[in-house]
Design a protein around this ligand. Sequence first.
Ligand code: MRU
Length: 361
Amino acid sequence: MDPLTLETAVLSQDKRALVILDQTRLPGEIQYLTLTREEEIWEAIRSLRVRGAPAIGVAAAYGLYLAAIQEETEDTVAFLDALRRHRDYLNSARPTAVNLSWALNRMTAAAQAGRDSLTVPQIKERLLEEAESIRQEDIAISRAIGALGFSLLRPGDGILTHCNAGTLATAKYGTALAPIYTALEKGWQDLRIYCDETRPLLQGARLTAFELQAAGADTTLICDNMASITMQRGKINLVFVGCDRVAANGDTANKIGTSGVAILARHYGIPFYVCAPSSTIDMDTPSGEEIVIEERPPQEVTELWYAHRMAPAGVKVENPAFDVTPHTLITGIITERGIAYPPFDRAFARLGFPGKEAACV
Ligand code: MRU
Protein backbone atom coordinates (compact mmCIF):
# COMPACT_ATOMS: atom_id res chain seq x y z
CA MET A 1 0.00 0.00 0.00
CA ASP A 2 1.36 3.41 -0.99
CA PRO A 3 0.78 5.75 1.98
CA LEU A 4 0.53 8.70 -0.39
CA THR A 5 -2.79 7.28 -1.61
CA LEU A 6 -4.28 7.76 1.87
CA GLU A 7 -6.45 10.86 2.26
CA THR A 8 -6.33 12.55 5.65
CA ALA A 9 -9.21 15.00 5.11
CA VAL A 10 -11.17 15.52 1.90
CA LEU A 11 -14.67 16.51 0.90
CA SER A 12 -17.06 13.77 -0.21
CA GLN A 13 -17.97 13.65 -3.91
CA ASP A 14 -21.32 15.38 -3.33
CA LYS A 15 -19.45 18.02 -1.25
CA ARG A 16 -21.81 17.59 1.68
CA ALA A 17 -19.52 15.68 4.07
CA LEU A 18 -15.95 15.55 5.33
CA VAL A 19 -14.20 12.23 4.81
CA ILE A 20 -11.29 11.53 7.14
CA LEU A 21 -9.00 8.59 7.67
CA ASP A 22 -9.53 7.62 11.32
CA GLN A 23 -5.95 7.77 12.62
CA THR A 24 -6.90 6.29 15.99
CA ARG A 25 -7.38 2.96 14.16
CA LEU A 26 -3.95 2.89 12.54
CA PRO A 27 -1.91 0.89 11.89
CA GLY A 28 -4.33 -2.02 12.30
CA GLU A 29 -7.23 -0.75 10.25
CA ILE A 30 -7.70 1.69 7.41
CA GLN A 31 -11.11 3.12 8.12
CA TYR A 32 -12.59 6.29 6.66
CA LEU A 33 -15.29 8.24 8.49
CA THR A 34 -17.89 10.40 6.79
CA LEU A 35 -18.77 13.39 8.95
CA THR A 36 -21.42 16.03 8.36
CA ARG A 37 -22.18 17.66 11.72
CA GLU A 38 -19.76 20.16 13.21
CA GLU A 39 -19.91 18.37 16.58
CA GLU A 40 -18.58 15.23 14.87
CA ILE A 41 -15.80 17.22 13.22
CA TRP A 42 -14.94 18.89 16.53
CA GLU A 43 -14.76 15.46 18.17
CA ALA A 44 -12.62 14.05 15.35
CA ILE A 45 -10.10 16.86 15.83
CA ARG A 46 -10.24 16.71 19.61
CA SER A 47 -9.67 12.96 19.78
CA LEU A 48 -6.97 12.96 17.09
CA ARG A 49 -8.91 10.97 14.47
CA VAL A 50 -7.55 13.69 12.23
CA ARG A 51 -4.37 15.21 13.59
CA GLY A 52 -1.13 16.97 12.71
CA ALA A 53 -1.24 20.75 12.47
CA PRO A 54 -1.78 21.16 8.69
CA ALA A 55 -4.34 18.32 8.50
CA ILE A 56 -6.27 19.86 11.39
CA GLY A 57 -6.40 23.14 9.45
CA VAL A 58 -7.71 21.43 6.32
CA ALA A 59 -10.35 19.45 8.27
CA ALA A 60 -11.50 22.57 10.11
CA ALA A 61 -11.79 24.56 6.87
CA TYR A 62 -14.04 21.88 5.38
CA GLY A 63 -15.89 21.67 8.71
CA LEU A 64 -16.65 25.37 8.59
CA TYR A 65 -17.82 25.10 4.99
CA LEU A 66 -20.17 22.24 5.96
CA ALA A 67 -21.53 24.22 8.92
CA ALA A 68 -22.07 27.17 6.55
CA ILE A 69 -24.08 25.22 3.99
CA GLN A 70 -26.34 23.95 6.76
CA GLU A 71 -27.28 27.55 7.65
CA GLU A 72 -30.64 28.40 6.08
CA THR A 73 -30.68 32.18 6.41
CA GLU A 74 -30.40 34.29 3.23
CA ASP A 75 -29.51 37.36 5.28
CA THR A 76 -25.80 38.14 4.90
CA VAL A 77 -25.33 39.75 8.31
CA ALA A 78 -27.07 36.90 10.13
CA PHE A 79 -25.13 34.37 8.05
CA LEU A 80 -21.75 35.96 8.84
CA ASP A 81 -22.65 36.09 12.55
CA ALA A 82 -23.49 32.38 12.47
CA LEU A 83 -20.27 31.64 10.59
CA ARG A 84 -18.22 33.34 13.31
CA ARG A 85 -19.98 31.26 15.97
CA HIS A 86 -19.16 28.06 14.06
CA ARG A 87 -15.56 29.25 13.68
CA ASP A 88 -15.20 29.84 17.42
CA TYR A 89 -16.71 26.47 18.21
CA LEU A 90 -14.41 24.52 15.86
CA ASN A 91 -11.44 26.57 17.04
CA SER A 92 -12.02 25.34 20.60
CA ALA A 93 -11.19 21.73 19.65
CA ARG A 94 -7.43 22.05 20.27
CA PRO A 95 -5.35 25.05 21.40
CA THR A 96 -1.71 24.59 20.37
CA ALA A 97 -1.62 24.08 16.59
CA VAL A 98 -2.01 27.54 15.07
CA ASN A 99 -3.15 26.00 11.78
CA LEU A 100 -6.60 25.50 13.30
CA SER A 101 -7.28 29.20 13.92
CA TRP A 102 -5.27 30.17 10.84
CA ALA A 103 -7.49 28.10 8.52
CA LEU A 104 -10.73 29.12 10.26
CA ASN A 105 -9.82 32.82 10.17
CA ARG A 106 -8.85 32.54 6.53
CA MET A 107 -12.30 31.08 5.82
CA THR A 108 -14.21 33.78 7.71
CA ALA A 109 -12.07 36.49 6.07
CA ALA A 110 -12.98 35.09 2.62
CA ALA A 111 -16.66 35.21 3.56
CA GLN A 112 -16.37 38.67 5.07
CA ALA A 113 -14.72 39.99 1.90
CA GLY A 114 -17.90 39.16 -0.02
CA ARG A 115 -20.20 40.82 2.50
CA ASP A 116 -21.26 43.75 0.31
CA SER A 117 -21.10 42.16 -3.12
CA LEU A 118 -22.15 38.51 -2.76
CA THR A 119 -25.37 36.72 -1.83
CA VAL A 120 -25.31 34.04 0.87
CA PRO A 121 -25.27 31.19 -1.71
CA GLN A 122 -22.35 32.91 -3.45
CA ILE A 123 -20.49 33.28 -0.15
CA LYS A 124 -20.99 29.56 0.43
CA GLU A 125 -19.35 28.92 -2.97
CA ARG A 126 -16.43 31.16 -1.94
CA LEU A 127 -16.04 29.15 1.25
CA LEU A 128 -15.86 25.93 -0.75
CA GLU A 129 -13.16 27.42 -3.00
CA GLU A 130 -11.21 28.69 0.00
CA ALA A 131 -11.27 25.31 1.76
CA GLU A 132 -10.14 23.56 -1.43
CA SER A 133 -7.33 26.13 -1.83
CA ILE A 134 -6.15 25.55 1.73
CA ARG A 135 -5.85 21.83 0.97
CA GLN A 136 -4.19 22.25 -2.42
CA GLU A 137 -1.73 24.83 -1.10
CA ASP A 138 -0.80 22.51 1.73
CA ILE A 139 0.22 19.83 -0.78
CA ALA A 140 2.37 22.30 -2.73
CA ILE A 141 3.95 23.61 0.49
CA SER A 142 4.83 20.10 1.63
CA ARG A 143 6.48 19.43 -1.74
CA ALA A 144 8.57 22.58 -1.44
CA ILE A 145 9.63 21.71 2.12
CA GLY A 146 10.49 18.24 0.84
CA ALA A 147 12.79 19.63 -1.83
CA LEU A 148 14.55 22.03 0.56
CA GLY A 149 14.91 19.40 3.27
CA PHE A 150 16.26 16.94 0.71
CA SER A 151 19.03 19.41 -0.19
CA LEU A 152 20.41 18.92 3.35
CA LEU A 153 20.70 15.15 3.02
CA ARG A 154 23.59 12.92 1.99
CA PRO A 155 23.25 9.30 0.91
CA GLY A 156 23.28 6.94 3.87
CA ASP A 157 22.25 9.56 6.41
CA GLY A 158 20.47 8.53 9.59
CA ILE A 159 17.51 10.77 10.40
CA LEU A 160 15.68 10.89 13.70
CA THR A 161 12.10 12.14 13.76
CA HIS A 162 9.62 12.61 16.59
CA CYS A 163 5.83 12.17 16.52
CA ASN A 164 4.28 12.10 13.03
CA ALA A 165 4.81 14.96 10.64
CA GLY A 166 4.23 12.81 7.59
CA THR A 167 1.61 12.45 4.91
CA LEU A 168 -0.89 11.54 7.65
CA ALA A 169 -0.36 14.91 9.32
CA THR A 170 -0.91 17.04 6.21
CA ALA A 171 -2.95 17.01 3.01
CA LYS A 172 -0.10 14.96 1.49
CA TYR A 173 3.68 14.26 1.85
CA GLY A 174 4.08 15.80 5.30
CA THR A 175 6.64 18.30 6.50
CA ALA A 176 9.40 16.49 8.42
CA LEU A 177 8.88 13.35 6.31
CA ALA A 178 8.54 15.19 2.99
CA PRO A 179 12.34 15.19 2.39
CA ILE A 180 12.28 11.42 2.85
CA TYR A 181 9.48 11.01 0.28
CA THR A 182 11.51 13.21 -2.08
CA ALA A 183 14.58 11.02 -1.54
CA LEU A 184 12.57 7.85 -2.17
CA GLU A 185 11.20 9.33 -5.40
CA LYS A 186 14.78 9.99 -6.50
CA GLY A 187 15.63 6.35 -5.87
CA TRP A 188 17.58 6.87 -2.64
CA GLN A 189 17.13 3.64 -0.72
CA ASP A 190 19.88 4.02 1.84
CA LEU A 191 18.54 6.70 4.18
CA ARG A 192 17.95 5.23 7.63
CA ILE A 193 14.98 6.69 9.47
CA TYR A 194 14.62 6.35 13.22
CA CYS A 195 11.16 7.05 14.63
CA ASP A 196 10.65 7.93 18.29
CA GLU A 197 7.58 6.03 19.46
CA THR A 198 6.27 9.28 21.00
CA ARG A 199 4.59 8.54 24.30
CA PRO A 200 1.79 8.71 25.29
CA LEU A 201 -0.24 8.63 22.06
CA LEU A 202 2.41 6.73 20.06
CA GLN A 203 2.15 8.73 16.86
CA GLY A 204 5.71 7.65 16.02
CA ALA A 205 5.01 3.94 16.47
CA ARG A 206 1.50 3.83 15.07
CA LEU A 207 1.75 6.43 12.30
CA THR A 208 5.32 7.35 11.31
CA ALA A 209 6.63 3.77 11.41
CA PHE A 210 3.50 2.67 9.52
CA GLU A 211 3.69 5.21 6.71
CA LEU A 212 7.47 5.05 6.23
CA GLN A 213 7.54 1.27 6.23
CA ALA A 214 4.68 1.21 3.73
CA ALA A 215 6.62 3.70 1.57
CA GLY A 216 9.60 1.34 1.52
CA ALA A 217 11.94 3.47 3.67
CA ASP A 218 14.53 1.85 5.94
CA THR A 219 12.54 2.41 9.14
CA THR A 220 13.57 1.69 12.74
CA LEU A 221 11.28 2.31 15.69
CA ILE A 222 12.83 3.30 19.02
CA CYS A 223 11.33 4.17 22.39
CA ASP A 224 11.64 7.84 23.26
CA ASN A 225 14.27 7.07 25.90
CA MET A 226 16.52 5.38 23.31
CA ALA A 227 17.21 8.54 21.33
CA SER A 228 20.34 9.32 23.37
CA ILE A 229 22.04 5.97 22.86
CA THR A 230 21.09 5.98 19.18
CA MET A 231 22.79 9.37 18.77
CA GLN A 232 25.73 8.31 20.95
CA ARG A 233 26.29 5.29 18.69
CA GLY A 234 26.67 7.65 15.73
CA LYS A 235 23.54 6.49 13.96
CA ILE A 236 21.92 9.91 13.59
CA ASN A 237 23.22 12.60 11.23
CA LEU A 238 20.33 15.00 11.58
CA VAL A 239 16.93 15.47 13.18
CA PHE A 240 13.81 16.54 11.28
CA VAL A 241 10.68 17.40 13.28
CA GLY A 242 7.39 19.13 12.52
CA CYS A 243 5.77 21.89 14.53
CA ASP A 244 2.42 23.11 15.79
CA ARG A 245 3.28 26.76 16.30
CA VAL A 246 6.48 28.65 15.57
CA ALA A 247 6.72 31.96 17.43
CA ALA A 248 8.21 35.07 15.83
CA ASN A 249 11.57 34.47 17.54
CA GLY A 250 11.76 30.86 16.32
CA ASP A 251 10.69 29.14 19.56
CA THR A 252 8.77 26.10 18.38
CA ALA A 253 5.94 24.13 19.95
CA ASN A 254 5.78 20.54 18.79
CA LYS A 255 4.77 17.18 20.21
CA ILE A 256 5.78 16.57 23.82
CA GLY A 257 9.36 15.33 23.93
CA THR A 258 10.63 17.40 21.02
CA SER A 259 12.57 19.79 23.25
CA GLY A 260 14.31 16.80 24.86
CA VAL A 261 15.37 15.57 21.42
CA ALA A 262 16.72 19.06 20.65
CA ILE A 263 18.73 19.09 23.87
CA LEU A 264 20.20 15.67 23.01
CA ALA A 265 20.98 16.78 19.46
CA ARG A 266 22.86 19.83 20.79
CA HIS A 267 24.77 17.61 23.23
CA TYR A 268 25.89 15.26 20.46
CA GLY A 269 26.48 18.04 17.89
CA ILE A 270 23.72 16.86 15.55
CA PRO A 271 21.82 19.43 13.42
CA PHE A 272 18.22 19.85 14.52
CA TYR A 273 15.77 21.11 11.87
CA VAL A 274 12.13 22.15 12.25
CA CYS A 275 10.03 21.73 9.10
CA ALA A 276 7.46 24.53 9.12
CA PRO A 277 4.83 25.46 6.55
CA SER A 278 4.01 29.16 6.62
CA SER A 279 0.58 28.25 8.04
CA THR A 280 2.36 27.17 11.26
CA ILE A 281 4.49 30.30 11.65
CA ASP A 282 2.68 32.62 14.04
CA MET A 283 4.22 36.07 13.83
CA ASP A 284 1.63 37.36 16.31
CA THR A 285 3.13 35.23 19.08
CA PRO A 286 6.43 36.82 20.11
CA SER A 287 7.99 33.81 21.85
CA GLY A 288 7.30 30.31 23.15
CA GLU A 289 6.25 31.70 26.51
CA GLU A 290 2.94 32.86 25.01
CA ILE A 291 2.11 29.48 23.42
CA VAL A 292 -0.76 27.63 25.10
CA ILE A 293 0.17 24.01 25.74
CA GLU A 294 -2.71 21.58 25.44
CA GLU A 295 -3.33 19.38 28.50
CA ARG A 296 -4.90 16.04 27.67
CA PRO A 297 -6.74 13.40 29.73
CA PRO A 298 -4.70 11.27 32.20
CA GLN A 299 -6.17 8.06 30.72
CA GLU A 300 -3.95 8.55 27.67
CA VAL A 301 -0.96 7.96 29.93
CA THR A 302 -2.33 5.25 32.21
CA GLU A 303 -4.50 2.98 30.07
CA LEU A 304 -5.38 3.99 26.54
CA TRP A 305 -2.90 1.75 24.69
CA TYR A 306 -2.69 -1.08 27.22
CA ALA A 307 -4.72 -4.28 27.45
CA HIS A 308 -4.79 -3.66 31.21
CA ARG A 309 -4.36 -0.42 33.04
CA MET A 310 -0.62 -0.14 33.72
CA ALA A 311 -0.47 2.53 36.43
CA PRO A 312 -2.04 2.49 39.90
CA ALA A 313 -5.60 3.79 39.98
CA GLY A 314 -5.76 7.32 41.32
CA VAL A 315 -2.10 8.18 40.68
CA LYS A 316 -1.54 11.83 39.79
CA VAL A 317 -0.82 12.24 36.08
CA GLU A 318 0.35 15.18 34.04
CA ASN A 319 -0.20 14.99 30.29
CA PRO A 320 1.00 18.08 28.42
CA ALA A 321 0.66 17.27 24.74
CA PHE A 322 3.35 19.64 23.44
CA ASP A 323 6.51 21.36 24.55
CA VAL A 324 8.44 24.35 23.31
CA THR A 325 11.93 23.99 21.88
CA PRO A 326 13.81 27.25 22.44
CA HIS A 327 15.07 28.81 19.22
CA THR A 328 18.63 28.57 20.58
CA LEU A 329 18.52 24.79 20.09
CA ILE A 330 17.24 24.93 16.50
CA THR A 331 19.75 24.73 13.64
CA GLY A 332 17.30 25.81 10.97
CA ILE A 333 13.60 26.16 10.19
CA ILE A 334 12.70 24.75 6.79
CA THR A 335 9.78 26.70 5.33
CA GLU A 336 8.41 26.43 1.80
CA ARG A 337 10.00 29.83 1.07
CA GLY A 338 13.51 28.88 2.13
CA ILE A 339 15.48 27.70 5.14
CA ALA A 340 15.58 30.18 8.01
CA TYR A 341 18.78 30.23 10.05
CA PRO A 342 19.33 32.22 13.26
CA PRO A 343 18.58 34.95 14.08
CA PHE A 344 15.12 33.71 13.11
CA ASP A 345 13.29 37.04 13.45
CA ARG A 346 15.50 38.53 10.73
CA ALA A 347 15.39 35.37 8.64
CA PHE A 348 11.57 35.35 8.79
CA ALA A 349 11.49 39.00 7.70
CA ARG A 350 13.79 38.19 4.76
CA LEU A 351 11.51 35.30 3.78
CA GLY A 352 8.56 37.67 3.79
CA PHE A 353 6.79 36.68 7.00
CA PRO A 354 5.38 39.95 8.23
CA GLY A 355 5.22 40.58 11.93
CA LYS A 356 6.22 42.45 14.97
CA GLU A 357 9.97 42.73 15.49
CA ALA A 358 10.68 39.97 18.03
CA ALA A 359 13.59 40.07 20.38
CA CYS A 360 15.89 37.16 19.67
CA VAL A 361 18.05 36.43 22.70
O1 MRU B 1 -1.12 15.74 18.78
P1 MRU B 1 -0.78 15.62 17.32
O2 MRU B 1 -0.61 14.20 16.87
O3 MRU B 1 -1.71 16.41 16.44
O4 MRU B 1 0.66 16.32 17.22
C1 MRU B 1 1.26 16.42 15.96
C2 MRU B 1 2.61 17.00 15.99
O5 MRU B 1 3.12 17.38 17.02
C3 MRU B 1 3.27 17.21 14.66
O6 MRU B 1 4.66 17.12 14.77
C4 MRU B 1 2.91 18.61 14.13
O7 MRU B 1 1.54 18.83 14.17
C5 MRU B 1 3.41 18.82 12.74
S1 MRU B 1 2.52 17.90 11.54
C6 MRU B 1 3.16 18.30 10.02
